[in-house]
Ligand binder design. Structure first.
Ligand code: UD1
Length: 416
């Protein structure tokens, strides 16, 4: 199993290119199921989750072709197996994103329940509730969701909580339904907007993406289109934290500063000087960061996917920070590992109190989930001595070439 060895203490400096967004790429690739036309995608990140999804789509009869210039084409005209088996779904919860498109295009779908994961129970009841409102008959048996429908009908759906993939699943299903679907309490994440923009290129009629009420006027068919995936705001935020914690100065390009307001605000509060251009962000860190308290919540508030990385920077900041996690019930798995590096963190329910220490010391640590791994890398960059991070397959799910990108910024990193 691959490990990452990081020798801390080097201020990061230089420029790197941000990859396409994992959380936009996954739903957008699923949108290819909605058409018999050929979709061509650019700016797809090279990640394990993307490879897993392509494997899943190929198994359903989708032809996946790597074209020149890093373009990937997907042709779902031969879609003949609307089934997502457990062995693939269990490795990636986002596989649930095939449910809406399969049902809308094939009139049936058999998708494994994603099951639990390290950061909590993560049910999919809202996806099911929304599709039922659109006329689907759904049974959950032997760990599988069996869904059937004639043509889906437009409906008014108000989700009980803000769900990102739930909103995306319903938006995709609704784009081929008969009549208008109104999704209330919709997620406003930029990745939802990116999916809506892709669907619009395919001929879908969607209004309100980026607000909490999305209206989808269903059409009879969608057509093939070309689409470039948005930049990854969480990858961007992670490298900003890495630069901040090392007292570095970096420039990140091919990113979208406008999708990172809450993260940038917190980094400025921590004492970083940040300069923004439409597609680039420059960060200059202070000699020592100030602690910043935060509370995660749906977009545009502070993202849960950046909580662990900010926990890491608070470990060595000046002061005491309170970090409250409101989205997932078990998203403090990184705390025990950060403590192995010498961090002073106390957990009370969904609140973590982080007292900044003068320095962390390298140690052997274990990655437990994707963003937890990122926080360990951030902390390791600030620690004295070498940190060995085990189980970095979690990191490979969501960060393209992290070791290479960090090396380009001068970090002492080896993949073992
Ligand atoms: C997406 C992101 C993930 C991010 C999360 C929250 C993708 C592929 N993944 O995950 O990186 O951390 O948003 O920003 O985009 N819930 C239910 N029932 C449902 C659906 C959700 O109870 O049917 C709950 C979840 O357990 C969680 C909360 O709602 O507590 C939000 O989850 P959701 O937004 O659905 O997360 P994902 O879409 O899975």
């Amino acid at each position: 199993m691959d490990k990452l060895a990081i020798e801390g203490g080097v201020p990061l400096a230089g420029e790197i290119v941000i990859s396409g967004a994992k959380n936009a790429a996954l739903p957008i690739l699923c949108a290819a199921l909605l058409t018999s036309g050929t979709m061509t995608f650019s700016n797809l990140p090279h990640l394990r989750d993307v490879a897993t999804l392509l494997k899943l789509l190929a198994q359903m009869g989708v032809r996946v072709t790597q074209e020149p210039d890093a373009v990937m084409s997907l042709d779902a005209s031969g879609l003949d197996n609307p089934c997502a088996p457990y062995d693939l779904v269990k490795t990636m919860r986002a596989s649930i994103l095939v449910l809406g498109p399969l049902l809308a295009r094939c009139g049936e779908a058999r998708v494994s329940l994603p099951g639990g994961c390290a950061i909590g129970a993560r049910p999919v009841d809202q996806h099911i509730k929304g599709l039922q409102a659109m006329g689907a008959e759904i049974q959950v048996e032997q760990g599988y969701i069996h869904a059937r429908a004639g043509r889906l009908r437009g409906a008014r759906v108000c989700t009980d909580m803000v769900t990102v993939t739930g909103t995306e699943n319903l938006m995709m299903a609704a784009s081929l339904a008969e009549g208008e679907t109104i999704i209330e309490n919709a997620a406003r994440e930029p990745e939802v907007v990116d999916l809506a923009n892709c669907l619009a290129r395919m001929g879908a009629r969607i209004l309100g993406a980026g607000t909490d009420v999305i209206r989808v006027h269903g059409v009879e068919r969608l057509i093939g289109a070309a689409y470039a995936v948005m930049p990854d705001r969480i990858e961007t935020g992670t490298y900003l934290c890495a630069a901040a914690v090392t007292g570095g100065r970096v420039r990140l390009v091919n990113t979208a500063a406008a999708t990172l307001d809450s993260v940038i605000d917190k980094l400025m509060e921590a004492g970083c000087d940040i300069q923004l251009a439409p597609e680039a962000i420059c960060l200059q860190a202070p000699a020592r960061l100030k602690s910043v308290s935060l509370r995660t919540a749906p977009y545009p508030a502070f993202p849960t996917d950046m909580q662990a990385q900010f926990m890491a920077i608070n470990c060595v900041a000046d002061g005491v920070a309170s970090i409250r996690e409101t989205i997932f019930e078990n998203r403090f798995m990184h705390v025990a590992e950060l403590q192995r590096l010498g961090a002073d963190i106390q957990i009370e329910g969904n609140n973590a109190i982080v007292r900044g220490v003068a320095s962390l010391q390298g140690a052997n640590v274990m990655a437990t989930d994707l963003r937890a791994s990122a926080s360990l890398a951030v902390a390791a960059l600030a620690a004295r001595g070498e940190t060995l991070i085990d189980r970095i397959y979690h990191l490979d799910r969501g960060y393209e070439d992290m070791a290479e990108k960090l090396s380009r910024l001068g970090a002492k990193v080896r993949r073992i």
